[in-house]
Design a protein around this ligand. Sequence first.
Ligand code: BES
Ligand code: MN
Ligand code: ZN
Length: 459
Amino acid sequence: MSSVFETATTPAAIPITFVTKSTWDAIRNELPAPARQFAEANGFAAKPGKCLTLPAADGSIAQVLFGLEDETHKARDPFRPGALPGLLPPGVYRFANAPHDTRLAALAFALGAYRFGRYRKNEVPEVRLVPSDGIDAAEIARMADAAALARDLINTPSNDMGPAELADAARELAARFGAGFDCITGEALEQGFPLIHAVGMASTRAPRLIDLSWGDPAHPKVTLVGKGVCFDAGGLDIKPSSGMLLMKKDMGGAANVLALAQMVMDAKLKLRLRVLIPAVENAVAGNAFRPLDIFRSRKGVTVEIGNTDAEGRLVLADALALADEERPDLLVDLGTLTGAARVALGPDLPPFYTNDETLAADVAAHARGENDPLWRMPLWPAYDAWLDSKTADINNAPSGGFAGSITCALFLQRFVEHAASWLHVDIYGWTPSAKPGRPEGGECQAARAIYKLLSQRYA
Ligand code: BES
Ligand code: MN
Ligand code: ZN
């Protein structure tokens, strides 16, 4: 736990005053004359993202001014205050007035203080925030801590984050919360989970299925499945170098289901949690699986390999089939599955899929509420036929390449039959260039929105 929140009462906290173009005049007139002159001399115009520290008579920082979009601005960023930790000198701060959304501003501040520091001393901002009255700082810290876990796991390069290390991270999380832990490998994996084995067998780092469980078995069953491809070279249908560059992040689904699990367990939600992570490396070797190979999946459905680079849906298929066997009340899977999702919606707006209308509405509402954006896309039935294979029940990579994120979702749907409700999210798991509250690199996506949904349903 490394919360940025200051819980001891510190009367010395430096006030941060939020200003917009329309509030600036009134706020400026309230400032002591020297401070007003200082702001004017610095050309401070209350532009969104602009930050100015105002000196006291003794030269210390008396106050901070920070510009926000006007209340009516079309593209108002509720995470704008997330830039503050990167701008402020070390110190203890408090909000002097209300930003557009005080809770999201505090969350953004906490998320914006993250830095990845495993391989060199990184300047972690030495800023602390006294939470505003009425803010549940513990809940915000829970979300920020979970985001840091997801980001650390994704940012860790593949040489230090293979299937074994990913399993270690899950084992540590299980130990911390007294959860059950199991990891299936070797012969049992080959027999029970042929697709996970097929994808992972070419790597010197053996594939495995991580299985964590927690909570009262009498509570509603919620199962989370995360794509844990620790590196995706593409297999024999190898990726070009540009496409391969970021593929350490291909375990972003796993990282985010672990982050979500951490929030659920920390908040002690009244549900029976299960987390399944197929952890593999999609490598190139003489024993790699090949285009047009056919495997009988765990569910019995035979799968023809159209492209070895469509490996995420393969490993998820066997994990979803296992999850589905115990008829969970809610089955959720997250994965960095398609480039097509990024073509459709860009890196910051992952598509989600479900046929449960109530769930869809709830996911959309919580995504908006937590500023963890998600956008519904359809499980378009007419495209299901594109999965047809001439020799097997189904092909993993429809030719044509149209609607790639949808056809991936339709592929996964074939493996979900008994779950009362199913949600699939095709995440990106990465912030390509820093934005307020979102440092460049591994990103926590969908976990906060789904956590809020779960905490509303199973408080
Ligand atoms: N991990 C990739 C998808 C990906 C690529 C996510 C880049 C985010 C950024 C996935 O395994 C993949 O390679 N998908 C292929 C599927 C295709 C072969 C049907 C894709 O999207 O090109
Ligand atoms: Mn791939
Ligand atoms: Zn992949």
